[in-house]
Design a protein. Sequence first.
Lengths: 440, 732
Amino acid sequence: MGISKDRIKFNVGGRLFETTATTLANAGRDSFFGALFDDGWNLSPQDSVIFVDRNSDCFAVLLDLLRTGDLNVPANIPERLLHREASFYGLLDHVRTARWGPFDGNRLRLSDSVKGTSPGDGTAIRAGPDGGCCVAHGSVVHVYDWMLEEHSPINLDYQRVNDVGWIDSDNIVLSACERLGRGDGGMGLFSSSSGDLRYKFQVSHDNQVKSYTAGALSFSPDYEIFASCKGRSNEYGIGVWDQITGKQTDFFYESPGWSLGDADKLQWLNGKNCLLVATLFPRKDNCYISLLDFRDKNMVWSWSDIGSPMAIDEKRVRDAIAMEDSNSICVVNEFEDLGFIDLRMYGGSVRWSSRSKLMKSKMPDEPCYPKLALHEGQLFSSMNDSISVFRGPDWVLTSRLRRSYGGSICDFSIGGDRLFALHSEENVFDVWETPPPPII
Amino acid sequence: MSNQKKRNFQIEAFKHRVVVDPKYADKTWQILERAIHQIYNQDASGLSFEELYRNAYNMVLHKFGEKLYTGFIVTMTAHLKEKSKLIEAAQGGSFLEELNKKWNEHNKALEMIRDILMYMDRTYIESTKKTHVHPMGLSLWRDNVVHFTKIHTRLLNTLLDLVQKERTGEVIDRGLMRNVIKMFMDLGESVYQEDFEKPFLDASSEFYKVESQEFIESCDCGDYLKKAEKRLTEEIDRVGHYLDPKSEEKITSVVEKEMIANHMQRLVHMDNSGLVYMLLHDKYEDLGRMYNLFRRVTNGLLTVRDVMTSHLREMGKQLVTDPEKSKDPVEFVQRLLDERDKYDKVISTAFGNDKTFQNALNSSFEYFINLNARSPEFISLFVDDKLRKGIKGIVDVDVEVILDKVMMLFRYLQEKDVFEKYYKQHLAKRLLSGKTVSDDAERSLIVKLKTECGYQFTSKLEGMFTDMKTSEDTMRGFYGSHPELSEGPTLIVQVLTTGSWPTQPAVPCNLPAEVSVLCEKFRSYYLGTHTGRRLTWQTNMGTADIKAVFGKGQKHELNVSTFQMCVLMLFNNADRLSYKEIEQATEIPASDLKRCLQSLACVKGKNVIKKEPMSKDIGEEDSFYVNEKFTSKFYKVKIGTVVAQKETEPEKQETRQRVEEDRKPQIEAAIVRIMKSRKILDHNNIIAEVTKQLQPRFLANPTEIKKRIEALIERDFLERDSTDRKLYRYLA
């Protein structure tokens, strides 16, 4: 095995390249190069040139990717072309990995802004597991892959979409409003690539299938789907379905004087084996936050602002998120004041950290309520046109992401090592990524 | 208007569709199809991978994925059908080889085809959720070759035949076997299980059913087990050589079931070779084999254990109830220890120190040791023997070993209090006669008893040791304060605390004047130093060393009991004395005196006095005189008292009675303790609880408990319930 034996020559679309088998081995067996050098294929003698009928500029970029692991795309190469070529060689995953690094809220950079065709006022944006995302607008959900190419939209025939969630990179669950007199609505499983309906989740009550409106969604690692449900009569509460069989496995009925079926937000807490259910102002006049344990059908913790002094309406809870590590629930009001409720105490009160009273003066014309997200110890809170990043345990503001085009941020989502922020005035969403690690 | 617009749009779209060469797809597919043919014909050297990959890519790109996919399936199916015909045509032994060869070819081809179709695999198949190329290729092989009617059963039969041949000792091509079986595994777990494993297990089951029947008719148990073990290892080896490791458990369970479980009872009970035979003849290796094989099947060890237990019980019962064997207590205990050692060894070497077997051993010993009511006494006598002289010359470690073994037997005893009684007696004798060999050994045993039975059990025994120690100090003090006594007879007094020592009625006797003077001095010394005490002389337990000069001037030192000394001293002043005179002078009770005279006059070689008439027994009319001709090659002569070491029947009864008496307060205490906490309890429960509480000391007799309850009722500790006569109430 001399050194010369390692050398490989290519003629790609008329341009000569020379590289080594070692470099090409980085492509892996399940790639064009992996197959090309497999023993089964009798490659012509060493010094002959292997012809490949492809674009040479892209080949150069991809060869460098194999050599260094870095992706450097010259301005004259369109992304789509590069992706097309990478797909030919079976290197799309390599490109995807090299494109952006592991998520870090304090090192994010804006990598793209995608303008959709529909008008503003999006309902929700949800990041997919492999870098794609979907945006719900009224009755349509637009699906984008990690290359930010739009796939066939999911069209719900005039039913309003309430929430969206990814089961895996190929399957999306939608929850939709029931339309009076039509008996449809509820939840459906759709293909992210084709937009086709694959399955409809049903709610049964006394062995009868009922029509219902599904609200917020959440998923557990045990392949369960949770959704807040409102039916015609009794079916108010939280439904549970199995992701694999699609069958309803449980239903937690709402008790009088409490709200579950209207919930804005569900969050599965894996450590506590509980589901956080939050119904917030203005959907209801009061806020209801509870933790449900489905194993013994028990509400293990609850909090509500009923009866608490409401002198000024600034302390209205607009979003809530449970932080298992610090045993607390973080809430936010419309002025982006963060508050914390201790999960270990029953009937505790909100401890507000009065951080940003200044904001009150410069409220935009069309405000959006703040939203919260948690990712690996970092807390994200959206307000107007920016997203603040806080770091525990004291929740200090460490970064702020802002881009003023498109108006206030109405929703954002973190997943697949990316952060997607959806603006409300114009139908634009921003993609924030962590750049690949520095060279040295 | 909007309708019109829509239609316009559609027409436009139609207009602009790029029309590719209509024959494009067919042409491209032909290239690929030809390549697949060439690959299958092993003629791929001229093919360009790049060209084929590009063509397959282009077909998918131009939306001909479906055509490509079905084309690949159709072409591959055709090839496999052809191959299956070739395989089928292969004759005899070459059949498997041909199949293996074709399988390898197919794998190679499949890989190359997958390489060409890689893009389709990634995109078209992924998005349409069809079967990927590689698994598709495997299932095509399965459907068209392995499940092809003319191959399916033939393949299975060939494989089973080979296994059968190997079992009968022929050498087969294991490599080929492994490859073919590997094929089944590659085709998926269900294929392996359905098409090979299940029939293989069925055939094996049949084979071993027949074979084990043959073996059991012709072999003895040891040989049979050897053969079974060999078969088992063979099957495990077979799995290692060419089967799925997951099959090991299944095939071994087949062998276990057919060869062991089905014949378990017969094997264990085989005459002249079964378990009992092995135990009797120390066949450790066979026992080990039996254990290891029987362990594998349900109830296997249970069977072995049951048979061992019943054998042990039978053997032990004979051992302890045979009157011949219980003549010598030391030998009796030694035999028990030997049996225990033996079974310990069986369990540790052959039965892998199995806890359940140890338990069975213990319960068996517990069962039969208590069959003989004299076991506690004998064990104590055994200890006595060892601590008197047996241990001399043995190092400490061995002493510990013997004592530990004795403790083991002690643990089996139900009547531990009886043992305590005897042990106390024997210990007292040892201590008082100074016969105990090693203080350390004595104490070590006491410590062992203490850990086993608690402080209460040994407190009196320890008190005895303390008495011995204090007496030494007292004697030193006594002679220190009476220096004038250094000449003349020496008196050694051991002051025994009442209660600590086995009580024996003090038998008075007239001590010789020389001695009684000394005794008085000691009494006044002792009472002078300790107030409020009372001394009683236990002359029946003392010994004396006296110097004697016989007729021809032979000098001897005689080691005798106190009574014997009293008798001998009389002869200092008289040549001849009648029995009556001796009795009057000494006032020793008749039975003791007779025994004492017997040992002085009737034991050959030690008869320091003579009697008239000469006979074995002492009569009231006999007379005695000094044996002037007494000789002995030793200067010191020990004259023993004629005492039965083992208790005589009346003595035994007496001890028994004392034990029963001692038990009464213990049973009563237990009843009161229980009733105090329970307040109300029915008869059966009281019996059960009392028995349980007293278990560590002795096995309480239910009738005795009932008597004690009645006694307590009389003394107003308890009362019967007025309605339910079976209920007792505690009266505070």
